[in-house]
Design a binder for this molecule. Structure first.
Ligand code: IMP
Ligand code: MG
Length: 179
């Protein structure tokens, strides 16, 4: 099988959308400092690019929660492997995600962070696949709503590859040519 990637969302379209979201977030938080929280590894690229568009003070914070492993289907099992190294009590927290699929990862993360009493907790995701939702979770900022396809790039991987693509593309598996 040969892997082929079909462009779904271009680098320019993503950059433009992140600028819009950053402006919206700035208005909603009234210019106050925001602690960006990212679930490794997929959301790293979105967190960095979004942070670069933000005009208020921001901090960057990282957690590691389990997700897909090497397959394209979720196991449904979610563990916190690495926690934040800062207290978020009384702070404005924005969870930055790469993609919301079943919603299991995010809903677990949201509950955990809410239990630490932040001043506000909002969620921003680059991509949303609503057709795949199993657990409902309130999302405040969505970059792009996409159909049910397996996508890679802009932080999203297949077996740890393709995270470095500067666009989002659909991963296809083609039969190898025999003639
Ligand atoms: P959820 O818990 O099912 O919402 O899964 C969320 C996580 O699964 C994301 O943070 C990604 O790491 C991974 N994921 C979901 N859909 C895709 C996809 O289309 N491509 C790559 N990774 C995905
Ligand atoms: Mg993720």
């Amino acid at each position: 099988m040969k892997e082929r990637i079909e462009v779904m969302i271009s680098e320019d379209a993503i950059a433009k959308r992140l600028e819009e979201l950053a402006d919206e977030i700035y208005r909603d938080f009234g210019g106050e400092q925001v602690e960006l929280v990212c679930a490794l590894k997929g959301a790293v690229v979105t967190l960095v690019e979004l942070a670069k568009c933000m005009k208020m003070p921001v901090s960057m914070n990282f957690m590691s929660v389990s997700s897909y492993g090497n397959a394209t289907e979720s196991s449904g099992k979610i563990d916190v492997k690495m926690d934040l190294d800062e207290d978020i009590a009384g702070k404005n927290v924005l969870i930055v995600e790469d993609i919301i699929d079943s919603g299991r990862t995010l809903s677990r993360l949201r509950e955990l962070l809410l239990s630490r009493n932040p001043k506000t907790l909002k969620i921003c995701t680059l991509l949303d696949k609503p057709e795949r939702r199993v657990t409902q979770v309130p999302v405040d900022y969505v970059g792009f709503t996409i159909p049910d396809a397996f996508v890679v790039g802009y932080g999203l991987d297949y077996a740890q590859r393709y995270r470095n693509l500067n666009y989002v593309g659909v991963l296809h598996f083609d039969e190898d040519e025999t003639d």
